[in-house]
Write a protein that binds this ligand. Structure first.
Ligand code: ARG
Length: 281
């Protein structure tokens, strides 16, 4: 075992459970009918069958890695509902509800709330301020990094702290292409994260450097390929196949990179992580 693999093992243990539980929503009604971020072009064609095939592969990948996937029923009038990460934040079996910035997505929050109510989650904190769930709230084991600037209201960060009792580290997003924190920051394990520096202001960069002993810099090419919108279980990193620079750096450091193709869902401004809400027990 090399030092690097040993370090990975230790970090994996510190990251807790090897098997994870995720909530996903099939892209049955996926479309780009409106534009609420820099990637969405309602005039460009979207192949829903392909979106479904890519999503199915993502789900199968999680199952093959030993994880459990629960499903949320898709609703016809909500084409972005496939991005399940935005509907809530779940830590320690407790749930903080979302409140979407755009009316087009508002009802997704209700669907999530109902799902949690019917699945035995008794501690559900409804949101007063706009927060787009784990799109902007990135769980980092000892803290939650909370983005603002495009979607989540910075005032929501207080209620996030009250909901889970974890320190909340607020960072401002400055590049409209990376409008949710989970498009610019990827937490890999308790000590390691990858990030795209251009998405943050000076203050945010300092905070990230303080929080993560190991911080991997992603290139703009990685960020545009939604490489930071990857899902780590502490050992494997499920990442868009064309985030090549970051995948190489992760492999060099001893992480197991699992590439997936997400070309259709990207047209709505999302990648694997956007489709995946982790249900932390
Ligand atoms: N079209 C969606 C939106 O703009 C994409 C959401 C992506 N989700 C994420 N977790 N970054 O709201």
């Amino acid at each position: 075992m090399t030092m690097q693999t040993l370090a990975r093992e230790v970090a994996g243990i510190a990251s807790g459970r090897p098997a994870r539980t995720y909530l996903m929503c099939p892209p049955t009604h996926f479309a780009v009918d409106y534009s609420i971020n820099a990637w969405m072009d309602p005039g460009a064609p979207v192949d829903r069958d392909r979106a479904m095939a890519e999503w199915e592969r993502l789900r199968a990948t999680y199952v093959e890695l030993g994880h459990t996937v629960h499903l949320l029923d898709p609703i016809e009038s909500l084409p972005d509902m496939v991005f399940a990460a935005n509907g809530a934040t779940v830590v320690g079996g407790m749930v903080m509800g979302a409140r979407f910035r755009h009316p087009e997505r508002a009802h997704e929050a209700d669907a999530h709330r109902e799902w949690f109510q019917h699945h035995g989650y008794r501690r559900f904190t409804p949101a007063t301020h706009v927060n787009e769930g784990e799109g902007d709230y990135v769980y980092a084991y000892r803290a939650i990094v909370a983005g603002h600037g495009f979607r989540t209201d910075p005032q929501a960060h207080n209620e996030l702290h009250d909901a889970f009792g974890l320190p909340v580290i607020s960072v401002q997003l400055v590049d409209p292409r990376f409008y949710h924190l989970d498009t610019a920051l990827l937490v890999i394990d308790a000590f390691t994260a990858a990030y795209y520096p251009g998405a943050f202001d000076e203050d945010g960069l300092l905070k990230l450097k303080t929080l993560f002993p190991e911080l991997i810099e992603a290139t703009e090419r990685d960020a545009r390929a939604f490489g930071l919108n990857a899902v780590s279980d502490g050992r494997h990193v499920v990442i868009p196949h064309d985030a090549v620079d970051l995948s190489e750096k992760l492999t060099e450091r001893g992480h197991e990179v699992v590439p997936v193709e997400m070309t259709e869902l990207r047209k709505a401004g999302g990648g694997p992580k956007c489709c995946t809400l982790e249900l932390r027990p």
